[in-house]
Ligand binder design. Structure first.
Ligand code: DAH
Length: 330
């Protein structure tokens, strides 16, 4: 009896205690063997014998239950100490987060146009051929389709290569006049210093009754917008080609690094190309059933703006999530 109590007390962990339990309380254990001796005890002593044995069993059981509870509590403590968070490891200085430079630049662009009452429209990232190409005056097999390194999906759908399809969707769902921008991500099969497979654009579209919107309106708003974004810069409109505009123009600003003197960033030209635009091609209006209207459109790459504003050399670094870069924008 003494030695059994001792065995329970000595058990240092739950596994040892289980072995002890089987030894004492098991079917072939010490207590079972003691109870079996009843047969040989003379009848007159049977009662006293059984009583004594029951008391011993009760004592051992209580001792065992208490020990088990203690060991279980210890095991839980140990587990928590190992997995737990040490709340005493207080850092002292709370670190504040910040918007990603692309988001911040996009918000600034949106703010400008919202202040001029442009609506902000969104469209699907998985586009059909009609909205991404056809309605934008890019018929099948048109060579200009190669300008965009498209990701094609199995069912004839594409990952949109630009935000221009949102022009189409917006005109389809509303009557003129239209005054909208559409910010969002776009996708192209391209990867180098200045290209990533996913990037962001902001599209703009202004449409009203024929003759109401002219190239002069386009020129004014883009000049004003680019000065808002880049400060005191010169703005230049260069003839260009986009299937969805006629005439088309690419817009440059005087280099913000060398003030137009010519440097590495502007390839010694003194100018930086920042967006594409033009007067909406009549074929685009035809595709959405608009008649007797005129309008302008433009599209810009948000990363290009962010890189120029923050002097970031490698576009890919914007998407690597390296906190050492991101912390500089707090
Ligand atoms: N969608 C063109 C691109 O991704 C950008 C663009 C150019 C949009 C001229 C326009 C525009 O709306 O008028 O390269």
């Amino acid at each position: 009896m003494e030695s059994l109590e001792e065995k329970i007390k000595q058990a240092g962990d739950l596994k040892t205690l289980e072995t002890v339990r089987i030894e004492i309380f098991g079917k072939k254990g010490v207590l079972a063997a003691e109870f079996a001796k009843m047969k040989e005890v003379p009848n007159a002593e049977k009662k006293a014998f059984a009583q004594k044995l029951n008391i011993t069993k009760a004592k051992l059981t209580e001792l065992f239950d208490t020990k088990k509870m203690m060991l279980e509590a210890e095991a839980i403590q140990e587990m928590m100490a190992k997995d737990g968070v040490d709340v005493s490891m207080y850092h002292g200085k709370p670190v504040s987060g910040a918007l990603h430079p692309v988001v911040e630049t996009m918000n600034r662009i949106i703010d400008y146009f919202v202040a001029l009452n442009f609506s902000v429209e969104e469209g699907p990232l998985v586009e059909d051929d009609f909205h991404n190409f056809e309605a934008l005056n890019l018929p099948k097999h048109h060579p200009a389709r190669d300008m965009q390194d498209t990701f094609y999906l199995n069912d004839g759908m594409v990952l949109r290569t630009h935000t221009s399809p949102v022009q189409i969707r917006t005109m389809q769902k509303s009557k003129p006049p239209v005054r909208m921008i559409s910010p969002g991500s776009v996708f192209r099969r391209d990867f180098d210093l200045t290209h990533t497979p996913m990037f962001h654009q902001v599209e703009g579209l202004m449409v009203d009754a024929s003759g109401k919107i002219s190239f002069a309106n386009l020129k004014w708003i883009l000049e004003d917008f680019l000065k808002y974004m880049f400060g005191d810069v010169k703005v230049r409109f260069r003839p260009s080609f986009f299937p969805f505009t006629e005439p088309s123009t690419e817009v440059d600003i005087s280099c913000i690094f060398c003030k137009g003197e010519g440097c590495r960033v502007c390839s010694k030209t003194g100018w930086l190309e920042v967006l594409g635009s033009g007067m909406v091609d009549p074929n685009v209006f035809k595709a959405v059933g608009y008649e007797d209207v005129s309008g302008y459109a433009f599209g810009l790459g948000v990363e290009r703006f962010a890189m120029l504003i923050h002097q970031i050399g490698d576009l890919r670094s914007l998407f690597e999530g390296d906190v050492r870069l991101l912390e500089q924008f707090r």
